[in-house]
Design a protein around this ligand. Structure first.
Ligand SMILES: C[S@@+](CC[C@H](N)C(=O)[O-])C[C@H]1O[C@@H](n2cnc3c(N)ncnc32)[C@H](O)[C@@H]1O
Length: 379
């Protein structure tokens, strides 16, 4: 029998995250809002933390139950055995998130659950656990959504979307987990010719290269939270790292990355170098609205995160940019699949209709706090 886990992800890509868990672990996964549930053995935590491209945090599930008030939350948290996870000399913190209408705050949840953990641990072991909100050894997460309480222990630490290769921070960077999901939506496997014509810090091309070469995105990360948990050991993590290295390939790839501004292009190249995939990506300074700036070879897949008009481009010029971009694509990549994320949904639809680019599917995705959509189109 396995253990129960859940992993958090971006809202809107839970089905893709679930498929990834199923592929990596060979188990069934059930998507839920912003997360995925699954049952697996303990080793799953090593593999997912190193290899998952669309997950944020991997948690060992401690409880999932219905409640009516804070007293129920205290009772549920108090009924859990913590001694198998937390050492008596370790410090812990409770992090809570609350969605829905309640007569208490997330701070109240953290306080009540924190007390329940201290009380339960003292009853089990006679020891009083320390609390450290800034640098805890163990983080317990509580998600309160409507009348449901979900508790888990974080095996990841800071989110997996914070990849180690981001040495250049683009001001409107895309989460690598969303970039990975977009590549999956586009059916990217590696042999296709791919372009991101507005690449910024090159998140999409880098994720594409890592994926096609079978490189685990968090292979070199050292600070996984699981190393602080009694259940896990460093040697097993190293073994899992070795197995990841065995899966790496050095296939030749055709990935193009174009960007209008030199500063971003050079930043993207630095990121690609740090990720170890600079040789896999052909970078070019160029304008995505100019047909002549695209490669002359044929393109199969375009995956792009254009400006939304929120942080960078003024809204009035956004329509022109989208129209010019799709017009150029119609000539440079006719028949290719386009996967695009934008929060400027109406402007994109108008431009697609005008350029006769057909929208095959779309989905809502939460990009940070911004409700965005990922469109899949035929050019
Ligand atoms: C939202 S950002 C892309 C961020 C990128 N996905 C990342 O994660 O770093 C959009 C980028 O498109 C670039 N851009 C805007 N207009 C362009 C054009 N006509 N041709 C090429 N790039 C353009 C901007 O300079 C910006 O870097």
């Amino acid at each position: 029998m396995g253990m129960e886990f859940f992993a958090t992800t971006v809202q809107g890509i839970e089905d893709i995250a679930g498929e990834e868990v199923e592929t990596l672990l060979g188990c069934r996964a059930t998507p839920d809002v912003g997360k995925v549930f699954f049952t697996a053995d303990l080793d799953a935590a090593y593999h997912l933390n190193l290899r998952a491209r669309t997950l944020h945090k991997v948690m060992i599930q401690l409880c999932r139950s219905d409640f009516e008030g804070l007293e129920d939350i205290y009772r549920a948290a108090k009924g859990i055995d913590y001694a198998w996870i937390i050492g008596g000399d370790q410090a812990f913190a409770v992090r809570s998130e609350r969605v829905g209408v309640h007569d208490f705050t997330s701070v109240d949840v953290s306080r009540v659950v924190g007390q329940a953990i201290i009380d339960a641990y003292r009853e089990e072991t006679g020891r009083r656990l320390k609390v450290d909100l800034d640098a805890p050894d163990v983080e317990v997460h509580c998600l309160v959504r409507g009348g449901e309480l979900l508790m888990g222990v974080n095996t990841t630490g800071r989110s997996l979307h914070r990849r180690g290769y981001r040495v250049y921070e683009h001001p409107a960077a895309l989460k690598p987990t969303i970039a990975s999901a977009m590549l999956r939506i586009g059916g990217w496997r590696g042999p296709e010719a791919l372009i991101d014509p507005m690449c910024g810090g090159a998140t999409i091309p880098i994720e594409a290269a890592l994926q096609a070469r079978g490189v685990a995105p968090n292979l070199t990360r050292e600070d996984f939270a699981l190393l602080n948990l009694k259940l896990f050991d460093e040697e097993k993590l190293e073994e899992a790292r070795e197995r990841c290295r065995d899966r790496e390939r050095s296939d030749a790839l055709e990935i193009h990355a174009m960007e209008k501004f030199r500063r971003h292009l050079e930043g993207g190249m630095r990121n690609a170098e740090k990720a170890g995939v600079l040789d896999a990506i052909q970078f070019k300074l160029g304008d995505a609205t100019r047909r002549g700036h695209y490669p002359h070879s044929s393109l199969d897949l375009v995956v792009v995160n254009p400006p939304y008009g929120v942080r960078m481009t003024p809204p009035e010029s956004l329509g022109r940019l989208y129209a010019g971009f799709l017009g150029a694509l119609r000539k440079a990549a006719e028949g290719a699949v386009l996967v695009l994320i934008t929060a400027a949904v109406r402007r994109f639809r108008e431009a697609a209709e005008k350029a006769e680019v057909s929208i095959l599917s779309e989905r809502r995705v939460l990009h940070g706090d911004l409700p965005a959509r990922v469109f899949k189109c035929r050019i």
